[in-house]
Each structure stands twice: as C-alpha cells, then as structure tokens.
Design a protein around this ligand. Structure first.
Ligand code: SF4
Length: 346
C-alpha cells in the first residue's frame, strides 16, 4: 500500500515520526515533491481564496500526491499537544477541508485525531482510527509508534543541539553526521521567528536560511529551544494565546527580545494568518520596549525573491553598522530601528 505524506505544514516537525511509523507498518511512503510554483498554483486553484498561504500550499502537495497514484494521503486532525491549548483551527478542520472541498480527495484522506499532553504524539491511541480503517492489529500499531517515537526523539535532540530542522531530518533519515550550518565565526546573530512550514520550506521563504548563511549570519529558531525554556517566558502571562505553536513562537520571541542574546529578530509570516496578527503585534510592542531591531517578512503567493534579498541584506547591514557605532562610542545607541509594518507583498 502506498501512503502519501505531504511535504508541508507539520511535516517539518513530525515528518520523521510519521514516515517511520508508516514504514514500520510495511507501507510504501511517498513524500510529495518540494514546493514549487506549479504545485502552489494548483493549491491556490483548489482552495477557498480566504485561507492562509500555508494551507493552500498543503492542498497543492495533496494534489501532487494524487498524481503519484498513492492509495491514501495522511492528513491528521491535529487537536492539541498542550493542556488547555489547541492547534490553529485550520489544522483541526484540515481533513474536512480536503474531503469536502478538493476534487478527488474524498476516498484518499487517511486521518486520525491527535491529542496529547506534550509534543510527544506517539501514544498508539492517536492512531487507532488508522488501524481500524486499514485492519491493522494493535500490537503492530504499538510497535510502529514505539520505533517512530525513538526516531523522532533523535531528530529533536539534533534540532535542540542547534541543527536546524532540515539538517536534523537529514541526519535521522540517512543516519549521517552532517556539518551544521551554524556560523560560529559570525559577528551577527539573529532570532528567526516563524512556524516551521514558513521557516523551512525554502520555496515559501525564498531560501532565507541560505541567504543568512551567505551573509555570514548565525541564527536561532524556536525549535532549537527546549519547551520548558519557551514556557518560562509565557507562564506568567494572565492569558497566553490559544494556539500551541503560536505560544512556542511567543515564548521564543520574548526570550530573544529580553535575554540580549541576539542582535536582531526577523518574523517570517504568511499572508492570511490569523494567529500571526496577534503575535506580530506583541512582537512590535517588545521591539519598542527593548529597542531591538525587528523586521517582519510577510510572504504571499506573489512574493519576489529580489526584494526579499534586498530587505534581509539591508537589515543585516543596519545591525552591523549599529554594532560598529556601539563599539566606536563605547555606549549603547538609543532609538529603535524597527522595520516592521511595511512588508506585505514583498
Ligand atoms: S497558524 Fe496561521 S499560517 Fe498556520 S495554519 Fe493557522 S492561519 Fe495558517
């Protein structure tokens, strides 16, 4: 049996788990191709216009998998992985959106409810719907969850050691040790805030990671930080956000802004994202309070690479000049050099 896994959304967080899980169930796993213009266009055509860009892209990946003649496409219904919080509603409704809204998906979507108390989603009860649909014995399901969980923890360990998600996936999938793109000789370190599917899909973000590398910039992302550390920064809020991944970004953002460990912060957001309209505002307030350089990059279907390159270069250049002045005068320069707010349709 051929199972398709869309290379989109939480593939960049749970991909190593799900791939191993289905392989352990003796299925052939087909991952959709890298995001490209054609795939995005097909996703846009099949989506309702109001939906955010990452969901349109996900739909494009599902269409790609249908063409690859898979028997099923794995589309989990992500409910919650943290007590009292939920996923963004688009994740919760994703299987329905596909079944009822996209031609040819009716019999292809293989789904299950995922609900847990932590990032660890390996409890076999999360996958019982799949076992029932495919007539799989529970002991086989439990073993697949166990093996997949070991792989996923290894992936997370690499990730938390400073390897970014793509490097960590490569390391666990191919059992190789690779050289991290971390720039220990860099004079600028940035905090990059964004959902994994915006930060690590190089077509969506027009290869921000490589651009930073070419500018000799080091960076840190939320996924490199342990959950307990992220939570420290939002636990004292009267009310954090409703959505778990938004809260992870919020915790990381507060850490970056307040701990003086980065020289500037870039928030990568996608057009049409509701939760990010809250997040972006909270980051703007922090930037005003801390005077730390902050830039928002909002990506939509029409974003152009040259403009993005220019903006990142200008941002890094500005930080370098700011640091040089601080060194020259031996004092901290006052005044915000935030760039947020003018970044739509780059
Ligand atoms: S968090 Fe934002 S970008 Fe992600 S699925 Fe929800 S609306 Fe879309």
């Amino acid at each position: 049996m051929k199972i398709g896994i869309p290379k989109a959304l939480l593939y960049y967080y749970y991909g190593p788990f799900w791939k191993t899980f289905f392989e352990e169930l003796e299925m052939e796993v087909v991952v959709s191709e890298d995001t490209n213009k054609k795939l995005i266009n097909e996703g846009i055509k099949a989506s309702v216009p109001e939906i955010c860009v990452p969901i349109k892209i996900f739909i494009g990946h599902c269409i790609d998998l249908i063409k690859k003649d898979v028997d099923y496409i794995f589309v989990p219904r992500m409910i919650s992985i943290y007590k009292g919080e939920v996923f963004c509603p688009k994740f919760m409704g994703l299987p329905d959106m596909l079944i009822h809204g996209v031609e040819g998906m009716e019999d292809k979507v293989l789904t299950c409810h995922i609900e847990s108390k932590s990032d660890d989603i390996s409890d076999y009860r999360n996958y019982i719907d799949i076992a029932e649909k495919l007539a799989l014995p529970h002991d086989k399901l439990k073993k697949a969850c166990r093996v997949a969980s070991e792989k996923w923890y290894r992936f997370r360990e690499y990730n938390k050691k400073g390897y970014h998600v793509l490097e960590a996936i490569d390391m666990v999938n191919n059992s190789v040790k690779i050289e991290s793109t971390k720039r220990s000789d860099s004079d600028v370190k940035l905090g990059i805030l964004g959902y994994v599917y915006n930060m690590y899909d190089s077509f969506v973000n027009m290869n921000v990671i490589d651009k930073l590398k070419s500018l000799n910039v080091d960076f840190i992302t939320f996924d490199m930080i342990d959950e307990s550390e992220l939570r420290k920064y939002i636990d004292d809020m009267d009310k954090a956000l409703f959505w778990t991944f938004s809260n992870k970004l919020l915790g990381a953002g507060y850490k970056f802004f307040r701990e003086n460990e980065v020289d500037g912060i870039i928030h990568i957001t996608a057009f049409g994202c509701g939760p990010d309209s809250f997040l972006g505002k909270l980051f703007e307030i922090e930037s005003d309070d801390t005077k730390l350089p902050f830039m928002t990059i909002r990506v939509d279907e029409h974003t152009g690479e040259n403009h993005l390159q220019t903006r990142i270069e200008a941002f890094v250049d500005m930080i370098r000049r700011k640091k040089a002045k601080v060194m020259q005068w031996g004092d901290k320069i006052e005044g915000s050099i935030s760039l947020y707010g003018d970044s739509s349709c780059l």
